[in-house]
Design a protein around this ligand. Structure first.
Ligand code: SAH
Length: 343
């Protein structure tokens, strides 16, 4: 039985860092979540913005068009989506891109995706655009680039550390007799943060590598990045943010490893610092609600609602502070002299 096997696997790694637990539960090629499930949509465990309304991807398409124009309309530009899910955002974005045929012709589509199940869904929906798939960013072409990442950075492994007596100790997970429990390392770890009592911090090592690659790529080839996720722009850690969703219900991150979706809240302050460190000059942050309103969500929704009245409710979910408008944040970063719209 596959579920017993995942516990045997977890026991063989026990005690393990939170990042290791995440990798095994999410990425393992026999037992991992991404190899066994279609995570998003009504049948999955959660719904993302592009799955709620087509307007989301369309407005991001207009954002991309604006950056391309400000870059001087390069003949070729790479459009790179990180973690494209079912390919919905990209489908809506590319439809909107047809508003300007030269822009649509300039686009070269690159998808960074780890899940074989989702890759095949993306293939079904996007094959007419001949996308290239990548396992990671080092194989991207040397072109001006537009990076798009919606709910990608929350889906990457993080390490956790807790402070005691002004020292940091890594939080670990043990697995014995199919039961998972928290523990912590015996020896402290040196980290460049002050270990205030009772604090937990999270370090997204893979995310940092990807952000460094994005920054280097933007510096070398020009372009912009748009990152949208559940998290905060505030400085400082916010404790243990690991959460699990199973069939749209929140559950313990130890519930059904490999079957429930694990995520962390994204620390946008940390992302901004990485872009800053690389000297990326234009960095802006806001909420999803503000961004979409500045991008013209109301106008587009009114237009759509004439034929599809449900469009109004869908847009409301994206921008209202009771739903995704406040909790989700947006960060834009760009080459020198590109004044980004939406902020
Ligand atoms: N952007 C989509 C999906 C978000 S879910 C949407 O908004 O609907 C997270 C996505 O990131 C999935 O496509 C998942 O398979 C992908 N992913 C997770 N970890 C990854 C990694 N390390 N490398 C590449 N893709 C990854």
């Amino acid at each position: 039985m596959i579920q017993e096997d995942i516990y045997t696997l977890l026991e063989s790694y026990s005690p393990m860092g939170v990042d290791e637990y995440f990798r095994l539960a999410m990425y393992h090629q026999d037992y991992g979540y991404y190899h066994r499930k279609i995570p998003m949509g009504q049948e999955g465990d959660y719904v993302t913005s592009p799955e709620i309304s087509q307007v989301f991807g369309e407005l991001i398409g207009l954002w991309c068009l604006d950056v391309w124009q400000k870059l001087g309309k390069p003949e070729k530009i790479a459009l790179v989506e990180l973690g494209p899910g079912r390919g919905t955002l990209m489908t809506d974005l590319l439809r909107a891109a047809q508003l300007d045929h030269s822009f649509a012709r300039a686009l070269e589509i690159h998808l960074v995706e780890i899940s074989p199940t989702l890759r095949s869904q993306q293939h079904q929906r996007l094959s007419t655009y001949s996308p290239t798939w990548h396992q990671e960013l080092s194989t991207l072409p040397a072109l001006p680039t537009l990076f798009i990442a919606n709910e990608f950075f929350d889906a990457l492994p993080h390490k956790q550390y807790e402070a005691q007596d002004h020292l940091w100790y890594e939080r670990l997970i043990t697995c014995e007799e199919q039961t998972l429990t928290w523990t912590r390392a015996q020896e402290p770890t040196t980290l460049p943060f002050q270990a205030d009592p009772q604090t937990i911090i999270e370090i997204p090592q893979e995310g940092e590598i990807i952000l460094n690659q994005m920054s280097t790529h933007l510096k070398a080839h020009q372009g912009a990045a748009l990152i949208i996720d559940y998290g905060s722009h505030r400085e400082g850690g916010y404790g243990d943010t690991l959460q699990a969703l199973y069939r749209h219900q929140q559950c313990s991150p130890f519930y059904w490893p490999g079957q429930s979706d694990l995520t962390f809240q994204v620390n946008f302050h940390h992302i901004k610092k990485i872009f800053d460190h690389h000297g990326i000059p234009e960095i802006h942050g806001t909420t999803q609600g503000d961004f979409l309103q500045k991008m013209g969500i109301m106008e587009r929704t009114n237009q759509l609602a004439e034929k599809h009245p449900q469009a109004a409710l869908a847009s409301f979910r994206l921008i209202s502070s009771q739903h995704m408008g406040q909790l989700f944040k947006v960060l834009g970063a760009a080459s020198p002299h590109i004044q980004l719209i939406g902020f």
